[in-house]
Design a binder for this molecule. Structure first.
Ligand code: BG6
Length: 487
């Protein structure tokens, strides 16, 4: 395993997972706990309470959990699996005694760190926090983890945050955005702040544009009910893509700690130029996938997927954003995300300006230097430069990529984002979690776009499932969407 020798254990903890039978728990939270246990980071006295809804789930839960882990964990070690299962106690929330049972559960503990993980819809966050308070279950060493989406607009987000802040202080609240736990996303900060080369040219004097894409080939799968209420703007842009934009655009923090990093990201969000009724038509496109694919493999439309033929929810968004500050004056940040696109990849492309004077007049198609940061899959960093083609007969050039491939450079398994983030919660490190200020600023920007769409009657552009979606006009003809260059 990568870095196995240097892994430091975290303090023993009690983790209470609300929504333990949900997709997120089985797919992400429990596998993350397994891997951390397997790599020796979780100490022996740590315990987990899985909160389930129905009484009958108490009996079946561990059997289902075991099957899920056996299916999802690579090369599972049965001793570690049994160890993890032995740490789990199942508590059903079907009657009023659930919180009394939790009180009892904590009485049997020697651990001071308590983590409440709310993997539930945000509509019940407030009532859970209130119950925990009423049963005196919130201690100074308690932390609460909130899954997105926190609300649907600025107003509902403020309301939910207010309900939590009534019982937990800001330094106990961990608003999780799993993109921040991805290895390659963390490497963005290392790339910028541990290398001298880039920082001098990291501004509008040298950078022509930035593209941030998160494309997915799958549709909405079994999450249609959830997705149809939110759409791509709230599901992906409000959180993941804005966080990526912040990491690219922020000023260097004076130290890598939560206060310093989060305040710099907040400043970026506050500087985003508002998109409103006047400019929404020019700056933001939304789309929805229609039936596509090939004769051999037809892909259903979004409406067929969710079996609601009147839905106007967008499954694709492309935005041209500007950050109104000195560093980024007039540099377009193109943001794009969509479901059922031609392939799954997330990447950031920094396009540099062209040379100020061309000393090779015979060369017509000079390309701009590009720094391509591939977040997934096949994580890597590429630097595209013009190179002379070897041989006699004068100068001939072509663009060639210099590549740093993560898998080749660092052999082994890359930990999933949730592994890092869960351990950070136990350690009490909020650097990779969103602050309330960031959240509020991101909602200002996003709510302005969604209101403008509503008020101007902006419609979805249809795109065929399996294609790259609409949204080219956002580029104002001065660029092209970067084509995936994974091979
Ligand atoms: C989630 C969204 O937050 O991120 C999903 O709710 C999306 O709709 C997912 O599929 C994408 O995450 P990743 O890590 O696969 O890029």
């Amino acid at each position: 395993m990568i870095g196995k020798k240097s892994i430091e254990t975290v303090q023993d903890f009690d983790m209470v997972i609300f929504g333990a039978t949900g997709d997120l728990s089985f797919r992400k939270i429990f596998p993350a706990l397994y891997y951390r246990l397997n790599e020796g980071q979780v100490k022996p006295k740590s315990r987990i309470a899985a909160i389930v809804r129905k009484k009958e789930d108490e009996v079946n839960f561990k059997i289902i959990l075991q099957k899920n882990l056996e299916n999802s964990v690579i090369n599972i070690n049965s001793a570690v699996l049994n160890d993890l299962l032995s740490k789990v106690d199942v508590v059903s929330i079907s009657d009023n005694s659930a919180y009394l049972k939790l009180e009892d559960w904590f009485k049997r503990s020697f651990n001071s760190v308590r983590v409440y993980y709310l993997a539930t819809p945000s509509t019940v966050f407030g009532s859970i926090a209130k119950k925990l308070h009423e049963h005196n279950l919130i201690t100074i060493q308690s932390r609460i983890v909130l899954e997105k989406p926190l609300g649907k607009d600025k107003g509902s987000s403020n309301e939910i945050n207010g309900e939590i802040l009534a019982y937990f202080s800001e330094n106990q609240i961990y608003r999780i955005d799993h993109y921040l736990g991805k290895e390659t996303v963390q490497n963005l900060m290392v790339l910028r702040f541990a290398n001298y080369l880039f920082e001098n040219s990291w501004n509008s004097n040298h950078i022509k544009s930035v593209q941030i894409s998160a494309a997915e080939s799958l549709g909405v799968e079994k999450r249609g009910d959830y997705y149809n209420q939110y759409g791509a703007l709230l599901d992906m842009v409000q959180n993941h893509l804005l966080q990526l934009l912040c990491l690219i655009a922020m000023e260097p923090p004076s130290m890598l700690n939560a206060d310093e990093v989060r305040v710099e990201k907040y400043k970026v969000l506050k500087s985003l130029r508002l998109i409103n009724n006047q400019n929404v038509e020019d700056c933001a496109v939304k789309g929805q996938y229609s039936r596509g694919g090939t004769n051999e493999m037809m892909l259903p439309s979004y409406l067929e997927d969710i079996e609601d033929f009147s839905s106007e929810t967008e499954t694709f968004v492309a935005i041209r954003a500007y950050i109104d500050n000195w560093r980024w004056k007039s540099v377009p940040f193109y943001i794009r995300t969509g479901k059922r696109m031609s392939e799954k990849f997330s990447e950031i492309v920094i396009t540099f300006k062209n040379v100020p004077h061309n000393v090779f007049p015979e060369q017509k198609n000079f390309i701009n230097n590009k720094l391509i940061i591939r977040l997934q899959p096949k994580e890597r960093i590429e630097f595209v430069q013009m190179v002379k083609v070897p041989g006699p007969g004068g100068y001939r050039y072509k663009p060639v990529s210099m590549k740093l491939d993560y898998q080749e450079s660092f052999k082994g398994r890359f930990p999933d984002a949730y592994e890092r983030l869960l351990m950070d919660v136990v350690r009490g490190n909020q650097t990779l979690f969103m602050s309330n200020d960031e959240l509020s600023a991101s909602w200002d920007w996003i709510t302005s776009i969604s209101n403008a769409w509503k008020e101007t009657g902006h419609k979805n552009n249809l795109y065929k499932a399996g294609t790259d979606g609409p949204g080219d006009e956002i580029l104002l003809n001065d660029d092209q969407w970067h084509k995936n260059s994974s091979e």
